[in-house]
Structures are given as structure tokens and as C-alpha cells.
Write a protein that binds this ligand. Structure first.
Ligand code: SAM
Length: 331
């Protein structure tokens, strides 16, 4: 029985995120510049599949497909189907999840589910079409995303999670409308604190709507009751006092959870990143290109995991911006 992947702080690494492109059809204000274009390119699916297979043989139990916008890549459904054949070190099927802006999801939700996708997270930062357009800098996207959320629910990709990054001056007044949305649409809405990972370098502590403020604002609508959550879960979980509607808050800035981080990432160009805020990455694909065996790749991955950072330093005087922004890492 192989020893599960663990870093030097004894954190089990069980959760792999693979970015399959750093192209995106949205230009969200907290993520992208207004410009088009990918910086790093992407790889054939067979390469991501091989990487995933080696990671899974080392102890990964969950693979999340992300980007850029992953649904822009032709072949993503077949990729899910191939991933779904992988078994973890306990012989169980791995859990496959997807993070998407939902723009192309309505027609793909059912085929993705049939191919083996277990869960979907849709990013949506306003429940008002005009505000949505101001944040995404794309006209008329709102209806597509709403249709994508509904199609996912219908396809059985349950529970559908809706991620909303809150940024002061853009959408803090959407907190209560999102509370209503969670109840009406039977989805889990998760608010995310804005992190300094955007291309435009707009972040300052002032722009962050932190956990306490979110709770305070939501309490003006209805009381929330905290639900116990697992320590490795990124979100603190709440339901409304009548049991209808779940809210999550992901608070990496005000309440960091690095001590329980179980995640590792592969970028669209095949580099391993041990932390969103890493100032370097590790070129797994270059090794593959040079003809490395699966054993060589496994050794390399184990060595890289050893180097996983203890924590991020957001808001501290010694904070050094990450060497890539979110769209080029894969959130
Ligand atoms: N295109 C897909 C999407 O929109 O969900 C997947 C990639 S996107 C980079 C992944 C997640 O990162 C999204 O939920 C997005 O809202 C979040 N994100 C992007 N920039 C962020 C930032 N600066 N702070 C916090 N979350 C961010």
C-alpha cells in the first residue's frame, strides 16, 4: 500500500486542481484585465490525464477541472469520461468536480454528468443582469449562467455551488439578494473574500468584504445557523434558521485555513503549484517531454509536495505577489 502524499507540515494532499486552459470568455474585474488572450497556452488532454493518473496513484482523491474557462476546451467531456475511470489508492472512484463561469454550461451539464462529473461550482457575482455585466465585462451573460445553474441541478450535479467573489464598490449590496437566490434556486451560495491574485492589482485590504461583514449583512435578512464543517473544507457553512438555503463563506484573508490545506494545482501549461501564492512553480510537463517514466514523475511530485508553503502572507508587510494571477493558475 503506497504512503499517501503528505507535505512536511503533515498535511495530507488529496485534492488536485487541473487547469485545462488559461483562456477565458469573461473578464471579471477581480480577476482579469480588460484584455483578451491567454499567456501560457495548454496541453493535449492525454498529458493532463497522465499527470492525473500519477497524482492519483500517490493519494489524490478528488480532481477539480478549472481554468481559465474550462468549458472553452473542446474535448472536456471526453476528458471527464477518461478521468472517471481512475481509482484512488483505496480502489474507490475519484471525485471529479468542475469550476466554470457557467456561460456554456446549459447544454453541457447533462453530458458532463453522464461522463462522470460529480459536482459543479458556478461563478456568479451578481443576481442582477446589469450588475453582472459590469463585473464580468460581458453583455448578456446572466441568462446563460442562470440556465447553466438550472441545467446542472436538473442533471443531478447536486448540490450546485455558486461562488460569488465580493469586492467593495462592486457587489456588496448583492449579499442579501444572494441569500434569497440560494433559497429560491436550491443552490449553495458561497461568498469568497477577494484575494490579491488579480491581473489589474486593484486589491487593498479595504476592497475585501470580510466574513464578519457578510454575516452581519445577511443577518439583516434572516438569522444564519452555522453547520459543522470538515477542517480541510475551504468554506464555513451556514443555513438559514428555517433550514432553507445554504450559504458558505470562504475567508482566506480574514480567517486563513492554510493549516488544513489539502490542495495542489497543475497549470494549463503543466507546471505544479503548491500554493495559490507561490512565487515559483515546478515544470512537470518539461519532465514528461524529456521522456520521464511514471516513477520519475511520481518522485518529482513527492519532492515538490515537500516544498509546499506553510501559509500565505496576504496583508503582511512581507507579502510578495504570486508569480501568476488567478486566471493563469486555475482557482
Ligand atoms: N472560469 C472559471 C470560473 O469562472 O469559475 C474557473 C476559473 S476562476 C479563476 C476560479 C474561481 O476563482 C472563480 O470562482 C473566481 O470567482 C475565483 N477568483 C478569481 N479571481 C479571484 C480573486 N482575485 N479572489 C478570489 N477569488 C477569485
Amino acid at each position: 500500500m503506497p504512503v499517501p502524499l503528505t507535505d512536511k507540515f503533515r498535511r495530507p494532499i488529496t485534492d488536485l486542481r487541473i487547469s485545462i486552459t488559461d483562456r477565458c470568455n469573461y473578464r471579471c474585474v477581480y480577476c482579469r484585465t480588460g484584455n483578451e488572450g491567454a499567456l501560457y497556452g495548454d496541453l493535449p488532454f492525454a498529458d493532463y490525464l497522465r499527470m492525473a493518473r500519477v497524482f492519483v496513484s500517490l493519494g489524490i482523491k478528488k480532481v477539480r477541472i478549472t481554468g481559465g474557462e474550462p468549458l472553452l476546451r473542446n474535448g472536456v467531456i471526453e476528458f471527464v469520461r477518461e478521468l472517471s475511470k481512475l481509482r484512488d489508492i483505496d480502489g474507490e472512484p475519484i471525485e471529479i468536480a468542475l469550476t466554470t463561469n457557467g456561460h456554456l454550461l446549459a447544454d453541457m451539464a447533462k453530458p458532463l454528468k453522464d461522463a462522470g462529473l460529480r459536482r459543479v461550482t458556478v461563478s456568479m457575482d451578481a443576481v442582477d443582469p446589469e450588475r453582472f455585466a459590469r463585473i464580468t465585462r460581458v453583455p448578456n451573460g446572466y441568462d446563460n449562467v442562470l440556465a447553466g445553474i438550472r441545467a446542472s441541478r436538473q442533471a443531478g450535479l447536486w448540490p450546485v455551488k455558486v461562488n460569488c467573489v465580493l469586492m467593495r464598490g462592486f457587489n456588496e449590496d448583492q449579499i442579501i439578494p444572494f441569500g434569497m437566490f440560494a433559497r429560491e434556486e436550491a443552490v449553495t451560495v458561497r461568498f469568497i473574500e477577494f484575494m490579491p491574485l488579480e491581473e489589474d492589482r486593484k486589491w487593498s485590504p479595504n476592497t475585501v468584504i470580510a466574513l464578519d461583514e457578510i454575516l452581519q449583512r445577511m443577518a439583516e435578512y434572516r438569522p444564519l445557523v452555522e453547520i459543522p464543517h470538515q477542517r480541510s473544507e475551504t468554506a464555513r457553512r451556514y443555513c438559514f434558521d428555517d433550514g432553507i438555503g445554504e450559504i458558505g463563506i470562504i475567508a482566506p484573508v480574514s480567517h486563513p485555513f492554510c493549516g488544513h490545506c489539502s490542495r495542489i494545482r497543475v497549470t494549463s501549461d503543466g507546471k505544479i503549484r503548491t500554493c495559490l501564492f507561490s512565487v515559483w512553480d515546478h515544470d512537470l510537463h518539461e519532465l514528461m517531454r524529456r521522456g520521464a517514466s511514471d516513477e520519475d514523475l511520481a518522485d518529482f511530485i513527492r519532492g515538490v509536495v515537500e516544498k509546499k508553503e506553510e501559509r500565505h502572507h496576504i496583508g503582511e508587510p512581507d507579502f510578495v505577489p504570486a508569480s501568476r494571477t488567478m486566471v493563469h493558475i486555475g482557482g
